[in-house]
Design a protein around this ligand. Structure first.
Ligand SMILES: O=P(O)(O)OC[C@H]1O[C@H](O)[C@H](O)[C@@H](O)[C@@H]1O
Length: 298
């Protein structure tokens, strides 16, 4: 199947648009951030904010930001992750989502296209985070979208980190969707003092949601009956996920986010967080993988 590959500038960002079969993918080199993914005439699978600004040095609201080498607020991370940062105020979601990555020449084969983005800064380390790590995101587009965030420890001491593929999904209506695969799992309710809780049944949404689910099996499904589809998320190297919707009040405070956009998006963030953190011995490697497959609901 032929592929159409274009490099283009979108506002301040260098991007790649890949068309293969009925799929279309847009990736920014900055942050190795997937910005758009859609198939055929169906609504987008990945959500990009209508108010997104594609600016250098700023994470884009939507798509799939890469959070690394910590997720969220560093102060909420395990001690072994916190102690590696030697700076003052730590930026939310780590160090790589708004810096330049470099992209290798795309590889096309009969079934799809593979993109490889590398983060050169991670190989040198930062003054505040002086580890030497290989970090790359491999993106494979075929009948589905496959993301693999590969970290290898090139230094001479063990390194602990947390991370996430912070995927924003496009949905018909937050009141109508549900997430399967979380029933009976434990989660941390970050909105109630980070209390541990247990999920009963599938997850539905009726207010602000910001939860860290732990001890997960690899498959979650985002059920969207109004759009007659199920988005199946298959993770690799991950047993945790963050489920996030800002709802009404937080939506008004978020940057690059329309006041009513909370109704049209849901983040399911495939992660290694809290007790699911990664510790790599010198020379060791870890892959956090996610396959996103949209299937028709009959
Ligand atoms: O605004 P950002 O830094 O991109 O973070 C957006 C969101 O990311 C995660 O989902 C966190 O769990 C949320 O608490 C946070 O609001």
């Amino acid at each position: 199947m032929p592929a159409d590959i274009q490099r283009l500038e979108q506002d301040q960002l260098s991007c790649w648009r890949i068309r293969h079969g009925d799929a279309e993918l847009l990736v920014a080199e900055q942050g190795a951030q997937v910005l758009d993914y859609r198939r055929g005439d169906a609504p987008p699978i990945i959500w990009l904010s209508e108010e997104a600004a594609l600016l250098s040095g700023q994470s884009v609201r939507g798509g799939v930001p890469v959070c690394w080498p910590w997720f969220g607020d560093l102060a909420r991370n395990p001690q072994s992750v916190q102690q590696l940062y030697e700076g003052e105020a730590a930026p939310a979601h780590g160090l790589v989502r708004a810096i330049d990555w470099t992209m290798d020449e795309p590889e096309v084969d009969t079934d799809g296209v593979t993109l490889r983005l590398r983060c050169p800064q991670a190989e040198q380390g930062w003054p505040q985070w002086p580890q030497r790590m290989g970090l790359q995101l491999e993106i494979r587009l075929d009948q589905a979208l496959h993301l693999s965030l590969i970290t290898d420890n090139r230094g001479d001491q063990a390194v602990s980190f947390s991370q996430a593929l912070h995927t924003y999904f496009a949905i018909s209506d937050i009141h109508q969707v549900s997430v399967e695969g979380l029933a009976d799992r434990r989660y941390i309710e970050t909105l109630e003092n980070w209390e541990p809780r247990q999920q009963h049944g599938d997850l539905r949404f009726s207010g602000e949601t910001d939860r860290v689910y732990l001890g997960l099996a690899p498959t979650l499904s985002l059920m969207d009956p109004a759009w007659k589809r199920r988005i199946v998320l298959q993770s690799r190297g991950s047993a945790s996920a963050v489920l996030w919707n800002p709802w009404i009040a937080k939506a008004q405070r978020l940057s690059h986010f329309a006041d009513d956009a909370w109704q049209r998006m849901l983040c399911i963030e495939t992660a290694n967080v809290l007790d699911d953190l990664v510790t790599l011995a010198p020379g060791a490697s870890h892959t956090l993988g996610l396959t996103i497959d949209s299937q028709p609901l009959r």
